[in-house]
Design a protein around this ligand. Sequence first.
Ligand SMILES: [Fe+2]
Ligand SMILES: [Fe+2]
Length: 330
Amino acid sequence: MSIANIRLEVMKTLEPRIDEFIKKYLIPVEKIWQPTDFLPDSQSEEFYDHITVIREEAKELPYDFWVVLVGDTVTEEALPTYESWLMDVEGIDNVANNGWSKWVRHWTGEENRHGDVLNKYLYLSGRVNMREVEITTHYLLNDGFDPGTDRDPYKNFVYTAFQELATNISHKRVGTLAAEKNNKLLAKMCRIIAGDEMRHHLAYKEFVKIIFDYDRNEMMLAFADMMKKKIVMPANLIKQSGDKVKDTFVRFSNCAQNLGVYTAMDYVGILEKLNKYWELETMGELDEKAEKARDYLCKLPARLKRVSERMKLDTEQNFFSWVNPDGMMA
Ligand SMILES: [Fe+2]
Ligand SMILES: [Fe+2]
């Protein structure tokens, strides 16, 4: 059987378990939070008072904070790109409405609330140029993304397992920074989004673990291949009006690194966690190629740590069209 056919077989074998996965890792619509639970009720008499509080609290947060929050929001807002990418993965069939497509739709339903709540908060905060933010989202949707996973379910699940934890870390840290400035509402919002990302991470991490049981050699090669390419962030093509592609992402990443929201050490930390959860150190019964891949992956965290320790931080203040610097240099 060809490699692609074996993958399809594995995906088919797991399909009867989709409802179990949905029940375990996702929350039913009736029970889960919605953006409005955290934002002022526009039907309420106190609506304007609540907005005044939001705007006052927002003034306490510094320039780079808003840049990172905008970047995180835009990343979430480009969800249509990620959904259409996942729907195209081998073994996920939207037209046939198979189990995996149901998973992707339910996952998308949860994810959609993230961009929604953050976008509304940014709009109400009065600290960002919303039109510029909207232009960036529009550009990112036009430009799409390529995580280097091809249509391979194994590589895609490695990517999503990694990425969901990266977003968990990033939202959690933004929430902590907001809490430090006494912005309880934003802190709560970020923490609850981070909680969703964690559940998603646990799900994708579990899918990979199960696949290791069925097809360990190919799963190992797929994991190594993704790490060799490096896990690119979903918004790596993000750009502002008038910017060259990539330039914005580099400067945005610097901002996130300097603020301590998502750093090169976090990247290493995620890899360490994945290696541990998938029990790479002790995984046997591998063919020669997969064994080599396992050894590469086991040594990779230490190697990346050395690289990131040598990395020089670019601490220069960057400005973005999304956030007006006037009166913001707190
Ligand atoms: Fe999200
Ligand atoms: Fe996510």
